[in-house]
Ligand binder design. Sequence first.
Ligand SMILES: [Zn+2]
Ligand SMILES: [Zn+2]
Length: 177
Amino acid sequence: MQNPYTRRVVGRHSYVHRAQAELALTRPLLPGEVVHHIDEDKANNEASNLMIFKNESSHQLVHKLAKEDVTLIQCDDGAYLAVRKLRVCAVCGREFALPRHAKKTQKHCSPECGRKSLRRVDRPSKEELIKLVYALPMLQLSKQFGVSDKAIAKWCNEYGIEKPPVGYWAKRRSLGH
Ligand SMILES: [Zn+2]
Ligand SMILES: [Zn+2]
């Protein structure tokens, strides 16, 4: 179906996104109305990526929210709801919302996980780790480094270190070492 606004809109604006928005709204944009790209990609002019604001100040609010780690979800009635984005903690794997004034680069959920993530930087060298994995059981080793046993296994993988075979520790215990 030919939309009645198509020609008028394209004739008046050179902006594709405004034309697209008017098509989706099936009415011309009102004076002052601003078209916003939800994914902030100005080339993505799909109707589902466009949001209409009554004026520039409410439009600016959305850009401010985006900087605060907030995402907008559309409700059934067409209104938008600002929802704090959830991140996954790099240390414990829990989901968390970034506190309002936290740094954007924060990757951990709590000060405790933050300290653990710092300790992770003290990864032993390959030579040290080879000695360690054959000197201490995984669980003890992980406690010593303050990381999970999965993290130690990951280090081994990345260094290409072969972990002690199954039964290694039982055998050592039986030999009285
Ligand atoms: Zn915008
Ligand atoms: Zn955590």
